[in-house]
Design a protein around this ligand. Structure first.
Ligand SMILES: NC(=O)c1ccc[n+]([C@@H]2O[C@H](COP(=O)([O-])OP(=O)(O)OC[C@H]3O[C@@H](n4cnc5c(N)ncnc54)[C@H](OP(=O)(O)O)[C@@H]3O)[C@@H](O)[C@H]2O)c1
Length: 260
């Protein structure tokens, strides 16, 4: 008999994860996927195009979680909008700032785990942290689900889930800012917008590949000719404490999203 995988919530993160699951559909053969929330009809047209069978449950304030693996993907404040009936086998939460203790107060389950994926889950390219203070087989189950979304890094405390909010949760927004700056720069220097977007997108693709083999500093060093153009640009970034600004921005994210 299949285990229910009950996704609660149908926003951007839930959609990204479902896309990732669809890519790895054969790995989910032991699950019957269901989705619920306060108005799950909102996700119907998305699901009709998804090559993965997901049953939409009728909206109800009382969610039956008995024996299910529950994937929580609602806003953190929405956790208490529902009552939860029964005892889940695993609650896996993507909610930022909601502790295992808080989850345990709201939903009964044999095991709890928290994770921090990002929206690259859509392409099974998320970097996801996992905190799973539970028995090895259940932790393996949580990990296997998240591996459908990309790479998984296990961490040993909830504080490290908070820490990863910046390095993989919000990181894509920061990289988006960098990419937009480069596009604007290209247009400023005379490239068309489309040319600049294409060049920047391909540069990010190439950078991703380089990063598999080289440390960031090695990549920088391999581009900077002594006395050349790139080091002239880098010196401007250093004058403005570019890395310091990034670290401060990441710290602001972590402070804001910290688990109470
Ligand atoms: N987006 C990311 O990159 C990212 C990364 C890591 C973790 N997360 C976590 O993922 C979770 C969802 O984020 P998201 O970006 O997917 O947000 P989103 O697109 O705004 O979706 C939010 C979901 O929560 C539901 N919801 C909101 N208020 C509710 C309420 N009062 N009662 C019941 N349901 C309610 C929404 O349903 P309605 O449409 O009916 O309001 C929707 O299903 C958050 O907890 C966030 O911390 C997000």
């Amino acid at each position: 008999m299949k285990t229910r995988l009950l996704v609660v919530g149908y926003g951007r993160m839930a959609e990204a994860m479902l896309r990732g699951f669809a890519i790895h559909a054969p790995k989910l053969e032991s699950y019957a996927l269901q989705i619920t929330g306060r108005n799950p009809e909102k996700i119907r047209s998305f699901l009709e195009r998804l090559p993965l069978a997901v049953e939409i449950l009728p909206p109800t304030p009382i969610l039956d979680i008995d024996h299910a693996t529950v994937l929580l993907a609602i806003k953190p404040y929405a956790l208490e909008s529902f009552e939860y009936k029964g005892v889940a086998s695993l609650v896996l939460s993507v909610l930022a700032g909601v502790s295992v203790g808080k989850l345990a107060k709201c939903l009964k389950s044999d095991a709890y785990a928290r994770c921090m994926p990002n929206i690259a889950s859509s392409y099974a390219l998320s970097s996801t942290t996992l905190y799973a203070p539970c028995a090895v087989p259940i932790k393996a189950r949580a990990r296997a689900l998240l591996e459908c979304l990309g790479a998984v890094v296990e961490v040993s405390s909830e504080q490290l889930i908070d820490a990863s909010l910046a390095t993989n949760g919000s990181a894509l927004a920061f990289l988006g800012m960098m990419a937009q700056g480069l596009v604007n720069a290209g247009v400023r220097e005379g490239l068309s917008h489309d040319q600049a977007v294409m060049l920047v997108a391909q540069s990010f693709k190439g950078f991703t590949q380089l990063l598999q083999e080289k440390a960031p500093q090695e990549i920088i060093d391999s581009i900077c000719t002594p006395g050349g153009a790139t080091i002239a640009g880098l010196s401007v970034l250093e004058e403005k404490a570019f890395k310091g600004i990034i670290m401060r921005a990441c710290h602001a994210v972590v402070k804001k999203g910290r688990t109470p």
